[in-house]
Ligand binder design. Structure first.
Ligand SMILES: [Zn+2]
Length: 377
């Protein structure tokens, strides 16, 4: 999920909005301002309904951000890098780059979100109670809506199917009890798919007016949400199988041993002419007196405009060896793929005892996976 609008960082976690979020935000504010609040106090002014709608909407999405922040901060505490939090059409998502290594860590990471929502429901509920809980005053009505929504958010996320938090909790418990990560993921994602079908079915029933309180927009939203959850559940299961397949290979099996090298002073155009593929998809090692001093990754190159290629020496784009992420020859391909993805690298050098053995590029891993898919489909 890409952020289209970046809002800045909180506790070192970048926060952003996907364009699809504006649709949901607009829908929430509109529903509150033109339907929900005018129904509760019919004789007030339009601007008050809109003001209450906007305040409710902003605080609701701030609550969702707080829920996601709880997942992200626990992940960081376990040493798992977090790329950021994005709000989108179905709420929020934390881009946590790796799965937890142990069931307990996964349990705590997953539970932190719903627990935060329920805590927020308690805080808004307490404020609602302190303001008297009147049904005809703006502040208590907004607070009441907020505690109800947070309670709903916490409860909905606890439903036990992947990719909901409840599905992760279920997987961590099954994983802890059986010790079988694969089987636990299989069950949690199957239940997730069943839930998704249930939502789609409810949506279709709403469409043909079988469920009286569901309007066409709500029904359509349920169908789309169901489709999204179904594909997310399938994807998490596919990802587990992919990583499992890659675990059987080591860096030594996957790496390319004839890596490309260049002198630091050589211009990028010259390197591009000599090693077109390495520059595009992998990396070029920079050597000085036959010693490797740095690495230029595909990303660094893409950050430079093409008209600078003629004059820029490749040494200018390199990351010095001391800062390059390397792996040992026995590290498995699954963990290498996760490193490439979580650190946004195009390749990672394979080093043993200070000696460069080769390089594993994303393409190397993709090729291995493509072969696997041909065999299994
Ligand atoms: Zn969550």
């Amino acid at each position: 999920m890409r952020s289209s609008v970046k809002l800045g960082s909180v506790f070192g976690v970048p926060i952003g909005l996907n364009f699809s979020w504006f649709l949901t935000f607009g829908f929430v504010v509109l529903t509150l301002a033109i339907r929900v609040y005018p129904d509760i106090f019919p004789d007030s002014s339009t601007w008050l309904y809109w003001l209450m709608g906007v305040i409710s909407g902003v605080l609701f999405f701030a609550s969702i951000l707080t829920h996601e922040m709880a997942h992200s901060l626990i992940a960081k505490a376990y040493g798992i890098p977090v790329k950021g939090i994005t709000l989108f059409i179905f709420g929020g998502v934390s881009q946590i780059t790796r799965e937890a290594a142990r069931p307990l860590a996964e349990f705590i990471m997953a539970f932190a979100g719903p627990a935060t929502s329920i805590l927020l429901a308690g805080v808004f509920g307490l404020l609602w109670w302190l303001t008297g809980g009147a049904e005809d005053e703006p502040l208590p009505v907004v607070l009441e809506w907020l505690w109800l929504m947070n309670l709903f958010l916490g409860a909905f996320n606890l439903t036990p199917g992947f990719p909901m938090d409840g599905g992760r909790i279920l997987r961590s418990v099954l994983w802890g009890v059986t010790g079988n990560y694969r089987l636990s993921t299989h069950w949690a994602s199957r239940i997730g798919q069943l839930m998704a079908y249930g939502l789609m079915l409810a949506g279709f029933a709403g469409m043909i007016r079988l469920i009286p309180f569901l309007d066409p927009v709500g029904s359509l939203w349920l169908i789309v949400l169901g489709m999204f959850l179904d594909s997310a559940a399938r994807q998490s299961w596919r990802q587990v199988r992919t990583l499992e397949f890659l675990k059987a290979f080591s860096a030594r099996d996957v790496m390319t041993a004839d890596f490309s090298t260049s002198e630091a002073a050589t211009t990028i155009s010259e390197v591009a002419a000599g090693h077109p593929r390495a520059l595009r998809s992998g990396g070029v090692f920079v050597v000085e007196d036959e010693r490797v001093v740095g690495l230029v990754q595909g990303e660094a190159l893409r950050s430079l405009k093409r008209d600078g290629w003629q004059t820029t020496p490749i040494g200018k784009l390199m990351t010095p060896t001391s800062e390059v992420r390397v792996v040992g020859p026995d590290e498995d391909a699954a963990s290498i793929l996760q490193t490439l993805e979580s650190e946004d690298l195009s390749c990672v050098p394979v080093v043993e005892g200070g000696r460069l053995l080769g390089v594993v590029t994303r393409e190397d891993v993709a090729r291995l996976l493509a072969g696997h898919r041909e065999l299994t489909t």
